[in-house]
Design a protein around this ligand. Structure first.
Ligand SMILES: Cc1cc2nc3c(=O)[nH]c(=O)nc-3n(C[C@H](O)[C@H](O)[C@H](O)COP(=O)(O)OP(=O)(O)OC[C@H]3O[C@@H](n4cnc5c(N)ncnc54)[C@H](O)[C@@H]3O)c2cc1C
Length: 251
């Protein structure tokens, strides 16, 4: 509505629908209700370790006014390719929980986003919540992005995850934002990391591979090659942070 793309004749306020503002961890993973606001995610101190990327991602969204009103469900439904929580959903094996009058279903985030502002959600469905799959033991995650100024949209972002056992990477996730029509997984970088010994060289090489996997288009902010270089930088920073955290955990 703010962009004047749509001019609806009626609006439905879901703010007072009960049961959609929970953050619950179970054997099935972590479920976050659609009405959980960015500010609540940011302040959810128990979202650490494997879930640390979620509050870290929320902290990058817009400004405090936006974070105190905007919701996870709204972000997922809106499907902006630069939206931090959409990138985290794709990286961390999330499923989008949808409900219509007669049915419920869950769609993998990797299938849900079709194009900018376009998803698999049917008009009669609402987003009830997002379920993040249980990560393997030792998993850690983080979020990193480059933007021109505080409060601006990301020029390149990454949600990264690593599990490291005895120095060897057993699980890797590299989700990228702002570099394709939808958030994407850098599958070659993930495959390269998995099974490798964790070292600064391996992480830097994975960052270069991740950058080579995307083909960002030029826009009014910057050209595609610059954005690709930014991907290599944010991915390397995120992976190095995870390695440092893993070393701190084991020392
Ligand atoms: C100045 C500014 C800066 C911003 N910066 C960022 C940023 O850096 N990163 C970022 O990710 N976002 C950013 N945003 C977008 C903003 O964060 C909102 O999160 C986003 O628009 C969703 O807001 P909302 O939850 O209020 O949903 P609404 O604005 O109310 O809804 C957005 C769309 O989703 C639909 N919708 C909402 N909830 C549901 C649901 N549960 N089920 C089905 N459909 C639903 C609505 O019908 C509508 O089409 C910014 C916005 C502003 C104004």
């Amino acid at each position: 509505m703010a962009f004047r793309r749509i001019n609806p004749t009626s609006l439905i306020d879901i703010n007072r629908v009960g049961g959609l503002d929970h953050i619950e961890e179970s054997a099935d993973g972590l479920v976050i209700g659609a009405l959980v606001r960015y500010a609540a995610l940011e302040q959810a101190g128990r979202l650490a370790g494997a879930w640390a990327a979620l509050p870290e991602a929320a902290r990058y969204v817009g400004n405090y006014a936006v974070r105190s009103r905007g919701t996870l469900g709204g972000s997922i439904a809106q499907a902006d390719p630069s939206a931090e929580l959409c990138v985290a959903a794709v990286a961390l094996d999330a499923h989008i929980q949808l409900r219509s009058r007669g049915a419920t279903r869950q769609v993998a985030a990797t299938d849900f986003f079709l194009a900018p502002q376009t998803t698999l959600r049917a008009p009669a469905e609402i987003v009830m919540g997002i379920r993040f799959a249980t990560p393997p033991p030792n998993a850690l995650s983080t979020f990193e992005e480059f933007r021109e100024r505080s409060g601006g949209l990301a020029w390149a972002s990454v949600c990264a995850g690593l599990a490291i056992h005895d120095g060897r990477i057993s699980w890797a996730r590299v989700g990228l934002g702002s570099v394709a029509p939808v958030p994407m997984r850098a599958m070659c970088a993930e495959a390269m990391l998995t099974g490798s010994m964790a070292s600064a060289q391996v992480l830097a090489e994975a960052a270069r591979v991740a950058a080579s996997e995307c083909a960002p288009q030029p826009d009014s902010h910057t050209n595609g090659e610059h954005r690709r270089q930014l991907v290599a930088v944010v991915v390397r920073r995120a992976l190095e942070r995870l390695l440092r955290r893993a070393e701190e955990t084991t020392s």
